[in-house]
Structure formats: structure tokens, C-alpha cells
Design a protein. Structure first.
Length: 377
């Protein structure tokens, strides 16, 4: 059954992958971080959700390391193997994974291997268990590390490293550092009948009980690195916090990864990460000027801007939800210009009605006139 489901729920498009590469600013604990290689994908045939989890290392990790993934309900993972031979021993409950170079050394490895006789491709010949790896090329993985098993541990009486486990866990065991590379080490592919959201899946270094979220655009909040207030989603409050930290620490606030924190990071956050909903449809990433985050820039957003146009900022400052579209703490013609540029546009997949673009000139003039009258009183 699991094999059939695995075949039916095969590949997701590489176009969905983030292709981030190693980012030292994302390191969370002990030189590591975990991150989704793509948004979770639902496969209607088989009813499974596909999670592609990358492991990154900063190159200073000691040998014989274990990391642990927490939160997956292991009984509901369908791409398991049984009686797998791992370097002379067999084990059940293996989660198939794909990773780099050491499968060509003659060791018994279950992930798809790199073909040294070809140019940067995976060799899946004759391996019924193998999975393609459209998320990363072999050259994207660092040389010098390998893993050899991902046994799954269950909370129903299992122990691991002399600990009684009270939550399902996937330990990724025994990888060695033969040089000091930093970058992508391996990828774990998990097909589950469960849907998980931001904060559901965490990781720890071995025996470290301080869990960290697996990064990536999880449903219910986008990339957890940009959830600045830690409330489980990325919304107008996170945009406001970003605006309050213009020129701040790039390691914390550089959303577009260009080495500085400026208005371009707000654009990146709004267009790719904030959660929007119109009550029927929802998604991640909307258009500039969508102040109420309903997935469309329309008269409602213009009304928000008009209400605050030209007014003195409150003690807490103007935020995205107030119509401050460029982080300058003023609501003025610049913000109106941004809204005008995007008026009538909508976030991808939204089905909200789109106002006629011709109304923007009249509505915009009305907003400016109303604001001017307020200032004259």
C-alpha cells in the first residue's frame, strides 16, 4: 500500500522549490538549521502531503552527530521501508531520503545516488525504492558528510538514547565531518496523510530539549524566520515591526537577503510571506497596498489610507494596517502613489472581485481632498 501511494504521489515541480542555498543568518542552534525545500504540496491521488526538509550545517560541527525531527505522526507517514540493510544491519521504519556523494563509495545506501560517470545527475537505475530529487542537484550538496539512517521512534513505549520518548520523533543519525564544508548536507522527503502548520514540526540537536521551528513557508504563517512577534503567523504586525527596524540587524530583518534592512524588505515580506484571507480564499504573499490583507487592493484599502492621510503619527507609529506602505511613518502622497500603482490587483489564487481600475482616480482625488480639509481645520 505504501509503495503504491508513493508511486502515485511522486514528484513536485522544481519550480516550487525555494532554492535558498546555505544562509549563515538562518543558523538556529549548534551550527545547524532545517528548512523546507518547497511549500508543502498536497497530492489528491493518495491523499498525502509532501514535506521536503533540508538540513544545513555551518561547517564546524563535530563528528558522529544526531539531529532529531519532532512532530510528525510517524504512523501516518506512507513512504516507509522495512528490513533495510544499513551497513550490515537491518532496520524497519526508515524514512527514505535523498542526499549526496557517499553512495558511490560502495556503502549500502537507500537514498538515490550521484552517478560519477554523468554530469551532475542522480542515478536511479534499477533501484525500486529510489526517488527522484528535482529539488536539488548533486552539486548543491557539500562534500564530506553522509547519513545512513533515519529510524522513526514512536511515543508508545519507545526509548531513544536512554530517554523515554513522549512524542514521535525522527532521529537522523551518524554523519561525519571529513572536511569543513558549510551548506546543504541532506534532504529528507516525507509523505504523510497529515497536514502540518507553522510550529508543528520542530528539531533539536541530540539530547537538546530546546526545540526550534523548521524554517520555510508552512501553512498558517509563512516562513517562521519572519514571524517577528512569534505569534504563529506573518501579518500586519510583523510588517510594522520590520518598519520599526529599518537599518537594523540584517541577521534578523533582512528579508530579501541583500545585506541591508530597508523598504525593499517590506516589499519582499508583503509580496511573498504575509498571510492574507478574504474569508473564502487565502494564501501567502499579496500585493503592495493591500492594507487589510484580504488579497486585493480596492476601495477598502483606499478608505484606510484616506482616514489617516496627513494625520500625525500616534505614539506607536503608523503601521501597514494603517496605510503606511513604505515604512516612513507618514501617510501621504507616497503611500497613495503605491496604492494607485497596485489598485485593482490581487494576490495569486484570490477570487475576490476586482474593482474597475477607472475608479482609482476619482477615489484617490477624494482621499486627498478629504485629508486636505482635515489639515485645514
Amino acid at each position: 500500500m505504501a509503495v503504491a501511494l508513493l508511486a502515485l504521489t511522486c514528484l513536485a515541480s522544481r519550480a516550487l522549490a525555494y532554492d535558498y542555498g546555505f544562509d549563515p543568518a538562518k543558523v538556529q542552534q549548534a551550527g545547524f538549521y532545517w528548512e523546507l525545500a518547497q511549500d508543502p504540496v498536497y497530492h489528491p491521488v493518495g491523499g498525502t502531503y509532501e514535506y521536503i526538509v533540508d538540513y544545513y550545517d555551518d561547517g564546524y560541527t563535530v563528528s558522529a552527530t544526531t539531529n532529531e525531527l519532532w512532530g510528525f505522526e510517524n504512523n501516518n507517514i506512507v513512504n516507509m521501508d522495512t528490513n533495510v540493510d544499513w551497513l550490515g544491519g537491518s532496520s524497519d521504519r526508515i524514512v527514505m531520503q535523498c542526499r549526496d556523494w557517499f553512495a558511490v563509495t560502495g556503502k549500502t545506501m537507500r537514498p538515490p545516488s550521484w552517478d560519477p560517470n554523468s554530469d551532475d545527475v542522480w542515478d536511479l537505475t534499477g533501484e525500486t525504492w529510489a526517488i527522484d530529487n528535482p529539488w536539488h542537484l548533486p552539486s548543491e550538496y557539500v562534500v564530506g558528510m553522509f547519513t545512513f539512517h533515519t529510524d522513526t521512534v514512536y511515543d508508545s513505549g519507545d526509548t531513544y538514547n536512554a530517554r523515554v520518548i513522549t512524542e514521535d520523533m525522527i532521529p537522523v543519525n551518524n554523519f561525519w565531518l571529513t572536511s569543513n564544508p558549510s551548506g546543504l548536507v541532506f534532504t529528507v522527503r516525507i509523505l504523510s496523510t497529515d497536514e502540518y502548520k507553522l510550529g508543528d514540526i520542530t528539531w533539536t540537536p541530540a539530547d537538546n530539549q530546546n526545540p526550534m521551528n523548521v524554517l520555510g513557508r508552512w501553512p498558517g504563517g509563512g516562513d517562521s524566520k519572519w514571524d517577528f512577534d512569534g505569534d504563529g503567523d506573518i501579518d500586519a504586525e510583523d510588517a510594522k515591526i520590520l518598519c520599526q527596524n529599518m537599518g537594523g540587524d540584517p541577521g534578523t530583518y533582512d528579508v530579501n537577503n541583500d545585506g541591508s534592512v530597508d523598504a525593499a524588505d517590506l516589499v519582499e515580506l508583503v509580496e511573498n510571506y504575509v498571510y492574507w484571507s478574504d474569508g473564502v480564499n487565502d494564501g501567502y504573499g499579496t500585493v503592495m497596498g493591500d492594507f487589510n490583507l484580504d488579497g486585493v487592493v480596492n476601495a477598502t484599502d483606499l478608505g484606510i489610507l484616506s482616514t489617516n492621510y496627513g494625520q500625525a503619527a500616534p505614539p506607536a507609529g503608523w503601521g501597514w494596517i494603517d496605510g503606511n506602505a513604505n515604512c516612513d511613518n507618514f501617510i501621504n502622497a507616497t503611500d497613495l502613489g503605491i496604492l494607485s500603482t497596485y489598485f485593482g490587483q490581487s494576490a495569486p489564487t484570490t477570487a475576490s472581485p476586482i474593482p474597475e481600475p477607472a475608479t482609482i482616480s476619482l477615489l484617490g482625488l477624494g482621499a486627498v481632498a478629504a485629508a486636505w480639509k482635515k489639515k485645514r481645520r
